[in-house]
Ligand binder design. Sequence first.
Ligand SMILES: O=C(O)CCC(=O)C(=O)O
Length: 292
Amino acid sequence: MKNKYVMTDEEKYFFDLTGYLVVREALTPEEVTECNEAVDHYEDKIRTRSVESGGLAHGSSALQGNTGRLELTGMFGWPPPYREPFRRLLVHPVVVSRLNEMSGKGFRLDHGPLMIGAEVGTEGHLLHGSGEPFSQSTWYHQQNGRIFCRGVTVAWQLYDVNDGDGGFAIVPGSHKSRFRTPQGVRTVEDDMGLVVQPVMKAGDVLFFAETATHGTLPWNGKGPRRSILYKYASRAAVRAVGRFFTPEERYGEWTKELTPEQHSLLYGPGHHSGSKKRSALESNGNNVRLVE
Ligand SMILES: O=C(O)CCC(=O)C(=O)O
């Protein structure tokens, strides 16, 4: 049986070629239920984005909807037991093993988690990201058999996404494109058949290169959409971090309660602070550990 805690050569080939990867059944049905129950508990905190002024669809006729995207944040700071599954996902062995291959040792969480939710009629999101223009924060590089992807988003699926449901969409291979994305592809009004909507089951986890051209199709599914996004970056890359370095400064004193492994991912960018070299995470499959 396939060891799902190791990134296989086939997965590396797929991710390098397309800019995304779905790892199936990363969560058990019980783990999915635990996450969904925690989200249900905070249902009144779910915010609906406005569709005024074009919304996230930015006026695209192919992406417009009658309601805005649903969003929920703050999971790490929730009281127990609600926060626990989201803290565990931060350092899940399936993620640690893949990110060490995709972003290099010492990857960190740049921002998130953010739940993106949808119900029938929720608008899409204009496709964004691309190899051109060059992005200093999320570039994709490959050298000597290794991938160095500065921005990888990990999106945990809490409900099924069937063919034609909408939701996450990507132009496979666009992370390596050196030409500007045509406007019709961004708006999906004339996508040239290039936009792919991956089919996923609850419990699957999606990885995608931030520099790939990606976004959201309007939601058409029978059930709800819930995707929990963690935005990781290579050790020395930065996207949304503020001016603080330590987890306590960046997020608050509650970060002291985290396990050392979880805590280690919440630092700002950089290889060392003063004389102290930052440690990195490794996974042997069943668990993760800090290494110097
Ligand atoms: O999952 C989605 O709906 C798209 C997410 C997205 O565009 C992003 O995280 O930049």
